[in-house]
Ligand binder design. Structure first.
Ligand SMILES: [Zn+2]
Ligand SMILES: [Zn+2]
Length: 387
């Protein structure tokens, strides 16, 4: 039940990305309001206003909330609270993680941002292996219309940039992007089989939330799997297959135990024991808020080796179907726009059409990723071999 409204000054750039869905504020006569619910009226000097969502106030246990502004849907707030409690670090509070994107906010972004220009730096030559972005070619970046870079590796796996570097580059662009668009720029940290970079990102963001107000960071992980067969067909040797788990809690002990076990023999997240897509899903799905994405479905490993009586398009279709079969409702999207495929295969328009059609048929959103490994967040670059 709503018993009072309070006028607050809101920096529009702090607001959750809202695409027609009502988040924590509403606007009347040009003034933004938060709704304060009756359940919180006894908090003294309360700066906490409870989000008003689709006309209902969300019941939140007020005594567990910090005495400051927290925004987002209940699911997003719960996610940040969970991360904070799992860090075990005093001083990391949910409100300091405004720039960590919550699952609802991420899903909205995937649904509403699904266009090529958001995931593929236009003007870049995909086959170009140089690690230097040519500023003349970064058309959509220069125009400030490139809105989401969901697939970035750091030095914690085979990337070239530290997490701090990634965030600094994102902030530099994000400040310009937000000025032009009124919404934050989204960047995903998705190292291979490790969440160390995501842990670093949480700590860095919490140490200076204001600096990161114009970006949203997706905490993710790219898990390497091998499949010996696909939809009933047995491969001659197991084939690589990468899945992305997005909006994860990197401090979750169960997830860490799972990832530690994968690299237990080598100690290296780039050299893990072979698991199936089902095993990868099982290792992360207990985190109920997280979503799964299929990475680079046309990446040569699995689709180049055309199996006996199938064509490459058919194989790609089956790969996407296999992903959806295993992840079900949690399988949110597939990378459909992807800039680091190499070779002739990468420029085949039929292949892109096949991926887009398969996503549409299976109810997967079409997103993308640059799969950054180099020194610029706008360029895929070269993978770094680490021991
Ligand atoms: Zn990959
Ligand atoms: Zn990757």
């Amino acid at each position: 039940m709503i018993n009072s409204c309070s006028k607050v000054n809101i920096n529009p750039l702090y607001k959750p990305i809202s695409f027609g869905r009502k988040h924590s504020t509403y606007t009347q006569n040009g003034i933004d309001y938060f709704i304060q619910t009756s359940g919180c009226k006894n908090i003294q000097n309360s700066k906490m206003f409870i989000p008003h969502y689709h006309g209902f106030s969300i019941p939140i246990d007020c005594k567990n909330l910090p005495n400051t502004k927290l925004e987002g849907t209940q699911k997003d707030i719960e996610y940040k609270k969970k991360i904070c409690s799992n860090t075990g670090i005093y001083g990391i509070k949910p409100y300091k993680l405004a720039s960590v994107i919550g699952p609802d906010e991420f899903k909205d972004a995937i649904i509403n941002n699904s266009s090529n220009r958001n995931f593929y730096v236009t003007g870049e030559r995909p086959q170009d292996k140089l690690n230097i972005p040519d500023s003349n070619k970064l058309e959509n970046v220069n125009m400030k219309i490139f809105g989401g870079d969901y697939h970035v590796h750091t030095i914690n796996s085979d990337g070239s940039l530290s997490v701090e570097d990634v965030l600094n580059q994102a902030v530099e662009y994000g400040n310009e992007y937000a000025k032009a668009n009124g919404t934050p720029f989204i960047i995903g940290i998705t190292d291979h089989n490790t969440v160390e970079g995501c842990k670093q990102a949480v700590k860095i963001i919490a140490s200076n939330p204001d600096k990161y107000k114009n970006i949203r960071v997706v905490l993710g992980v790219e898990i390497s799997t091998k499949e010996a067969e696909l939809n009933g067909y047995k491969f001659k040797k197991p084939e690589k297959y990468h899945i992305l788990a997005m909006c994860i809690d990197p401090f979750d002990p169960k997830l860490n135990a799972f990832l530690d076990d994968l690299k237990s023999q080598s100690g290296n997240p780039l050299n893990i024991k072979a698991i199936s897509v089902q095993d990868a899903y099982d290792g992360v799905c207990h985190q109920e808020q997280c979503f799964f994405g299929l990475a680079h479905p046309a990446y040569p490993d699995i689709t180049h080796r055309i199996y006996d009586d199938k064509d490459p398009y058919e194989t790609t279709k089956e790969l996407i179907k296999h992903f959806k079969d295993i992840t079900g409702d949690r399988g949110l999207y597939s990378e459909a726009y992807y800039s680091s495929y190499s070779g002739d295969w990468s420029t085949d328009p039929e292949l892109y059409k096949t991926i887009i059609k398969a996503c549409d048929n299976l109810g997967l959103y079409k997103a993308g990723g640059i799969d950054v490994h180099g020194e610029s967040i706008f360029y895929s670059g070269q993978r770094i071999k680490r021991k």
